[in-house]
Every structure is written in C-alpha cells, then in structure tokens.
Design a protein around this ligand. Structure first.
Ligand SMILES: [Zn+2]
Length: 303
C-alpha cells in the first residue's frame, strides 16, 4: 500500500477499460546527460558530433516493426537543431512532448527560470512538429518533494500532463508515496494529469523498473514484473528509453567508473531486450491512451 504524498492534492482517475502500457523516449544526445554535466559544458554542445538523429531513427524503426506508437519527450534544443527528426516522429504517428529546453533539472532552477525553460521548449517543439505539446518529463525525474511549484509552472506554461514522478525513494530522485497508477494533481490554477514511471511492489516498498538503465542493468524478468503487476492492477505501466542507450558506437566521455557502468553497460543488449518487451506487452502513446482526459481528438486512432 502507498500512502498519499502529503504535499500534493491528488485524485485517482476514473476507472474504465484497462489502457495499453505507455512507451516513451527521452530524446537527448549522449553528451547531454546529467551524469556528464561536470565534464561537458552546455555552451560546448555544438562541438560534439551529434548522434541523436540516427539513434532516434533506430527507435522509430523498432516501433514501426511492432506497430507501436510512443511519446517522445524531446529537448527544445534538439527540435531547433534537428527539425527534420521531429517531423519524422510525428509523421510516423508518435507524440512529441517536452523534456525541457536545455536539459536542466527542476531542482536547479528557480520557478521563473523553469517557466522560461518550459515555454521555450514548448514553442520549439510545436514549431518543429506542427502539433500541440501537452506533456513534460523532467530531466533526471527531478520533480521531487519540495519542488511541487513545478506543477504550477507547467500549468502556467500551458502543459496538461506530467510524467516526472518516480514513486520510489532514492538519494538522487524519486517522489515516494504517490500511487503507481495515473492520477490527477490539483493545484490552485488547475489540474494536471500525472503518469508515474513504472515500478513494482515488494515487501511494502516500490522498486523502479521502468526501463532505461533498469532494463540494461537487470535481467528482463525484473522489468517485465512491473508491467505484469500493472496489468493485474488494471493500470498502464510507463516505460522509458534514451536514444543513446541503443548506440554502442557512441564516443566515450571521460567519467568515473560508476558513471561509466551506469551509462555504457549492456548498451549492446538494449535493442534485443526491447524487442522482447514489445513482443510480450502492448504499448501506446499518452496522447492516444489519454485523449479524453487531455481533451483531444485521437489523432490517427485507426492507424
Ligand atoms: Zn534526460
């Protein structure tokens, strides 16, 4: 059992037919990850050879092979540099949402800075995609206890849903106590839909198993368990992956041994592991599965 997080006013979604699981991609380049912030300066991003287009194309091919649509939480920076990639994502029936503009953690910004970051990102993504951008995922899941003001900023910037809360306890991220199922967050200015990252329960705790590093570092069964539990409990599980996680040939950035393991270990296993996940479970995008809650027509629902 989870106890409601005391700082948030939340409300479960109405019941109804079980939804498909949710497939998401955090679209950023290999040199933009938070773990390399101390080595790679943002002002130097342009000097690194970019691989985000070719790596995202691999994920697009994987999804096309399984007839799956996903949600691509993308940096505004990527949309300005690679507008053709954004068009390919939407042309293939996927949703484009925001991963911020310059991959700055919510915990490192003031509310005013976050508002600017979220507005700039939304504008860049909407310009490139020609579609509205309703969703946000914070870099490193950085909406944590104490940064609830981020939901007010999201509403002010015109967002309708968030997928940043990881209902786990970890030193670097996590928002323990919120439910594992989608829920509404009520704020004075309005309500946001929250789609938490996939976890599973064991001995009264919730363990993270949403994909990304968890899919690379642990056996398949670990991540599959979270999606099976979600099905038993009649709720969707939210999966995530980064384009650089399917790129064994990416240039190596000097880092500590621990960061090296987190970033590079088992990258060559990621595509086969995702193939098995997509063969075992059915996935879709937030825009399609939650069109009613987001007040949107289901674009291309018959595709
Ligand atoms: Zn990220």
């Amino acid at each position: 059992m989870t106890t409601p997080a005391p700082r948030l006013q939340i409300e479960p979604l109405d019941g109804g037919p079980r939804r498909l699981h949710l497939f998401s991609v955090d679209v950023e380049d290999y040199f933009q990850v938070v773990a390399f912030e101390g080595v790679v300066r943002r002002e130097d991003w342009d000097t690194y050879p970019s691989r985000v287009e070719s790596n995202t194309d691999r994920l697009l091919d994987l999804l096309a092979a399984h007839s799956v649509r996903g949600t691509f939480f993308t940096l505004g920076w990527v949309a300005r540099k690679h507008p053709g990639l954004i068009r390919r994502i939407v042309d293939q029936g996927h949703e484009v949402a925001s991963h911020g503009d310059w991959h700055r953690r919510v915990t490192r910004m003031s509310p005013q800075e976050a508002l600017e970051e979220l507005r700039n990102s939304k504008a860049a993504l909407e310009d490139a995609s020609g579609q509205p951008c309703f969703g946000f995922r914070a870099p490193s899941f950085s909406i944590v206890p104490g940064t609830e003001w981020a939901f007010d900023v999201l509403l002010e910037a015109g967002y309708r849903y968030d997928s940043s809360l990881f209902p786990i306890r970890r030193p670097d991220y996590g928002y323990p106590g919120v439910p594992p199922a989608p829920f509404w967050i009520h704020r004075p200015a309005g309500s946001l839909l929250e789609l938490p990252l996939a976890t599973f329960g064991v001995a009264g705790m919730r363990l993270p198993a949403a994909g990304g590093g968890y899919l690379r570092q642990f056996p398949d069964a670990f991540v599959h368990r979270a999606f099976r539990e979600a099905e038993r409990e009649n709720r969707p599980g939210m999966f995530y992956v980064h384009p650089w996680e399917v790129d064994p040939g990416q240039p190596r950035i000097p880092c500590s041994p621990l960061t090296g393991i987190r970033h590079y270990r088992n990258i060559h296993l990621m595509l086969p592991r995702m193939e098995r996940l997509l063969a075992e479970f059915r996935f879709s995008s937030v825009a399609v599965e939650f069109a009613r809650e987001l007040g949107q027509p289901v674009r291309g629902a018959a595709a």
